[in-house]
Design a binder for this molecule. Sequence first.
Ligand SMILES: Nc1ncnc2c1ncn2[C@@H]1O[C@H](COP(=O)(O)OP(=O)(O)OP(=O)(O)O)[C@@H](O)[C@H]1O
Length: 567
Amino acid sequence: MQPSPAVTADGPATQVEGLLVQARGLGVEVRGAGRVLHDVSCDAAPGRLTVIAGSSGAGKTVLLQALAGLRVPAGGEVLHDGARPGPPGPEFGFVPQEDIIHQDLPLHRTLVYAAGLRLPAGTPAEAVAARVDAVLETLGLSHRAATPVRALSGGERKRACAAVELLTRPRVLFLDEPTSGLDPMTGAALLRTLRELAEGGTTVVLTSHVPADLLRCDHVVLLSPGGEVAYSGAPGSLCEAFGVATVEDVYEAVAAGARAEPGVLGAVPAPRPGSVAAPGKPGRIGAVRQWALLTGRGTALLLHNRLSVAVLAGSPVMIVAMFAVLFRAGAFDPTAPEPGSTAMIMFWIAFGAFFFGLTYGLLQICTELPVLRREWLAGLRIGPYVASKLTTMLPVLAAADALLLVVLRALDRLPRAGWGTYGSLFVSSLLASAAALALGLLASAAVSEPGQATLMLPLLCFPQVLFSGAFVPVPRMAAAGEAISWAMTNRWAFEALGSGVDLEALWRGGGSPLGPPLLASYGDSFAHPASRGWLILAGFTLVFMAVTWAVLVRKCREGTARSRDGR
Ligand SMILES: Nc1ncnc2c1ncn2[C@@H]1O[C@H](COP(=O)(O)OP(=O)(O)OP(=O)(O)O)[C@@H](O)[C@H]1O
């Protein structure tokens, strides 16, 4: 790791008027854990490096979130410049323990996208690039600008996350365990960088359980295992206050119940009860611009991730190859059709389109929830975010569906028909994929980790096969099964595809004696125009997207005390 450079004239630490953060008698409850913090009073002053320390589980993260205004106090209050925290604006930086940047793009490009979402609307591209360059220089990352984030070392990745937060020149920067997992030298270098930011005026608050970190900061807030302040003051007086020789001894003394008198911070402005801190002027970019930016970033991320490219390109090719060897040619020959095979070909096209959409959607959101949460706080709207997932993936799905149809037609597994028929088949497939993609996005938003999303795959696929009406025709289903089939997008895709190739006419008038009895068992499944299926599939897509939006809004708001305008 390179030594941290001096803060440049253009760097984020220059001429920043830091935010005064105060906690007064703060109590915080966490669902499932009860009251975690008790009567905590402490200050984090501008231009200072404040560290929240304590044993594991003492409540450091909860206190950091509460000081940032991201947790509702159960008692007492948090004040920013003497007022209640307002909506988080560009003056606010928060780096959680999880990475808040995507892994696949080069660092510079990642920061340019982040800046696009955070800097005021209308910021010229050159100004964005200059800002990114300045932040990279401040954090000693200029030489890694072209490196994919995934290839950065642990310490560099932590600084890259901080870099995102510095783009807007925040007045306060909160960091949750920025030095955890770093070797002592890298940790010390990161703290030096944070010190330089503090010296430039920024209020810097971090959590740490590395003893050496405490001595490098200006102010220590040490929590007892029960979530009370055991010490608040200068690091130089810490050991003396407990009558011990080392920081490790202090931890032992605190675990045994020792407490020290809170240190005096100096004069702070009197609180203005009832008032709300004004956010910095956000000047956020509009919903359409957010959607365009996210679509561009989503596409770039897809193309830069080898695994996703392999899945995107590989799964349609494999499925097309399997279909090609499964079905015999000529099933749609009007003089000697194979009615059973034609129904199966239609079903497997519908299911292939469904499968592409679902698998593409399932990992889209759950793998980037920490990034989304942080960007939401910074002003990202959930609507453009969800819409961008659709617009990023739809062209890929269109290509996969088209490939399926073109190859099956070329191999004579589909009828010799004109553009009208193939246009209809393509629209049915694409809408089936879109509905499945939206279902995948919903599942991805609802689960809490990628492993759960993978488990959802068979759960979501099975009913789509069973209740599609292909293997057990809808008129032959039990009443409950028929009711369930209404909720299956695959049923509507199957019927729209069958209607698109006019299976009814082929079965009724074709030269196979099996056609009429089959038609009798499928009833009016293919009697409706394909457009009816299209409308239903489009409706499902919209409903799944809307529910995804609602789930994500709830997840982003969860535990967030600060209101946020402009979702
Ligand atoms: N989402 C949650 N659900 C249940 N309990 C929680 C949750 N978040 C925190 N807690 C509980 O709140 C307490 C404080 O947690 P916190 O993460 O603030 O501790 P910490 O001091 O930061 O610990 P560590 O150093 O291990 O990160 C712990 O007892 C923890 O189990």
